[in-house]
Design a protein around this ligand. Structure first.
Ligand SMILES: [Zn+2]
Ligand SMILES: [Zn+2]
Length: 328
């Protein structure tokens, strides 16, 4: 492993930063100018003077936090210049509006993947292969043990889990933005005949997706006073934050499950406290990360957001790709 000198993009105060453009990428603290890869809250912080994102990301952010935020929007592929650096957003296949960000300066290309996946997902634009010299990739699931099943198979497993317990109310916990809509889209393509309810936070995002032209199966907003018998044999989507505590007392005779890539690890599944886990992720698995690295044709790669040791070893030994580490 080597450490490179003067890089176009570097790590500063725990965030990705382009000094020449004085622009931060998904900063965790208020700054003057921030590029936002997507509308998940771990990539967004309040208080920046100006945000730049795709149109869809801006709409989702405003839906979540209100209109009082200064966001400049761009279409995928549109190049704009900041201090002589060409910057553009490209689809990353993670959630609606999510993007990779490319920087070009003096014919040197840098690409930040943001959160990404290659798996099929009809609720957002497909990951675009972008060629680059330097690649900064997330590696949340960067171990060979992570290998995702087809989404359709997961949807069928979820459907069977519900129909096999007709006397129970099935509570499926999943992220309100992205995962819930992807599940609903996928469930609409199989033969599930029960009703689907969703928590207000999910319901809001469903409507936002629909307004942006994405097909999302019809769901009803769950009301706290719902007749318990009405819910038997049906599916309720809830955000993970409600999995512990008093909210569950609203229901009787329940079974619970969590939809997350982490559920592919048995030990985590057992410790999670849910009755069942469905391994579905909006991040790339091991093969997905390797495919993106190879197809990007990058000769130099940085990893962040995860454990990169196995990837670094594999890429430097098998592919002769330089894996670099950021100077802290
Ligand atoms: Zn994300
Ligand atoms: Zn993330």
């Amino acid at each position: 492993m080597k450490t490179k000198k003067r890089d176009l993009i570097k790590y500063k105060d725990g965030n990705l930063y382009c000094e020449l453009a004085d622009i931060w990428i998904d900063p965790s603290k208020p700054v003057k100018r921030a590029l936002i890869t997507h509308a998940h809250f771990d990539h967004f912080t309040f208080g920046c003077e100006e945000y730049l994102s795709t149109k869809e990301t801006a709409i989702l952010i405003k839906k979540r936090i209100g209109d009082n935020v200064n966001i400049k929007v761009f279409d995928y592929g549109d190049e704009f210049k900041v201090n002589g650096i060409n910057i553009s957003f490209h689809p990353s296949g993670h959630i609606l509006g999510s993007s990779q960000i490319r920087f070009i300066f003096a014919e040197e290309k840098w690409l930040i993947t943001g959160d990404f996946k290659l798996q099929k997902d009809e609720t957002c634009k497909k990951y675009e292969i972008v060629k680059t010299d330097y690649l900064i990739s997330e590696c949340t699931f960067g171990l060979p043990i992570f290998k995702w099943d087809e989404t359709r198979k997961i949807a069928i497993n979820i459907s069977n889990w519900i129909t096999n317990s007709p006397d129970k109310t099935s509570l499926l916990f999943c992220y309100s933005l992205g995962k819930a809509q992807r599940l609903l889209n996928e469930i609409s393509k199989i033969n599930f005949e029960g009703n689907i309810y969703s928590h207000d936070s999910i319901h809001k995002m469903n409507n936002c997706y629909r307004e942006l032209g994405i097909y999302i199966k019809n769901t009803m907003k769950i009301e706290n006073k719902k007749n318990i018998d009405e819910l038997k044999g049906n599916l309720i989507l809830l955000p993970p934050s409600l999995s512990k505590g008093s909210y569950l007392k609203n229901f009787k005779n329940i079974q619970t499950a969590f939809a997350s890539g982490w559920m592919s690890i048995r030990a985590l599944r057992n410790r999670s406290g849910y009755d069942k886990g469905f391994a579905i992720s909006d991040h790339a698995d091991w093969d997905g990360i390797l495919e993106v690295v190879k197809k990007s044709e990058a000769k130099n790669v940085f990893f962040h957001h995860g454990d990169s040791e196995a990837l670094s070893k594999y890429l430097s030994e098998k592919e002769a790709i330089n894996v670099l580490i950021f100077e802290k």
